[in-house]
Design a protein around this ligand. Structure first.
Ligand SMILES: Cc1ncc(COP(=O)(O)O)c(C=O)c1O
Length: 304
């Protein structure tokens, strides 16, 4: 058995196995911007003990957080859903300083934000006067203008809890679902609950049949992705009919097109679902059109 494992953050760009992810050099923690190796949280933090926290991820594109208001609103709403009183304006105000400290000027970047219920003796009940732990970091990242990667996805039973609308840090169900994709040389796992496709491990999922776009309604069984909302707005703007319904598992292969949406994944065509191919070389026309307009909207900050 391995002994104590310490993570050496002295080189700020330590790559992680199997990914291009890096540790950030600077972290915002409870009001201060500190070197990543000094960003320490108690082992009794409820985020660590219970996964009792909320997170958010947003992308800054051409100097503007893409649908930033919607991301902030979702963070605030999710904090309220778990009864965690935290003033998110503290985070908003700290962002310019965090970006500066992180060496990010006008470049595109991503930001990760998390707020937990803080440190307290371990018992399930909410502590009477919680002192939330708030953490954020940013990293330079230019997303592709149009996501041209064609993805393979696999399916599995959605065994997560019934409040997937809460963007919580307890992501074990999603992590396990994603691992199923990794084991099967796929990018994502499309989850099936009550016989219909809900979403994927870190993306929402859309299908197209006879020109109509299908996606699961924004109920407690999916996270209402901001990118999902943007795509629904695009459909409305383009006059593309939408059915807010989960596609039955047995009909997935009969759909004409399929794509994933997410802040990092943008609008990403699904080429293959299990052993079924939706297309050989080019995604279908609806996916391509939505990708085009998504790019236009990214380049037009007024749309944010
Ligand atoms: C389970 C799940 N669904 C959907 C999404 C997509 O959400 P958004 O478009 O807001 O990034 C995410 C993003 O993290 C997710 O974790």
């Amino acid at each position: 058995m391995k002994g104590n494992t310490t993570v050496d953050l002295s080189s700020a760009d330590l790559p992680q196995a199997g990914s291009t992810a890096v540790y950030p050099a600077k972290v915002f923690l409870n009001g201060s911007i500190v070197d990543a190796e000094d960003a320490k949280v108690s082992v009794f933090d409820r985020g660590f003990i219970f996964g009792d926290g909320i997170y958010e991820v947003m992308a800054r594109i051409n100097g503007v957080f893409f649908y930033g208001d919607a991301h902030w609103e979702r963070l605030d709403t999710c904090l309220q859903k778990i009864g965690l009183d935290y003033d998110i304006s503290i985070l908003k105000d700290a962002i310019p300083g965090l970006l500066k400290a992180s060496g990010i000027g006008q470049e595109d970047c991503m930001i990760y934000i998390q707020v937990t219920r803080g440190t307290a003796p371990r018992q399930h009940g909410y502590p009477p006067s919680p002192r939330p732990t708030a953490m954020m970091y940013a990293w330079k990242k230019t997303l592709p203008a149009i996501e041209t990667t064609h993805s393979r996805v696999v399916t599995m039973e959605d065994f997560r809890w019934s409040r997937c609308d809460i963007k919580m840090t307890s992501l074990l169900g999603n992590v396990m679902a994603n691992e199923w994709a990794m084991e099967n040389d796929a990018y994502e796992t499309v989850l099936i609950r009550n016989g219909v496709a809900t979403e994927a491990s870190h993306c929402n999922v859309f299908f197209v049949k006879d020109g109509t776009v299908w996606t699961h309604p924004a109920d407690h069984h999916i996270l209402d992705g901001i990118t999902r909302q943007v795509v629904l707005e695009i459909c409305e703007a383009l006059g593309i009919p939408v059915r807010l319904e989960g596609v039955p598992a047995e009909k997935l292969k009969k759909m004409d097109e399929a794509f994933l949406t997410g802040t990092g994944s943008q609008v990403r065509a699904i080429q293959e679902l299990n052993d079924h191919r939706y297309f050989e070389t080019e995604p279908g026309p609806v996916t391509l059109r939505i990708q085009e307009v998504f790019l236009e909207w990214k380049e037009k900050p007024a749309a944010n």
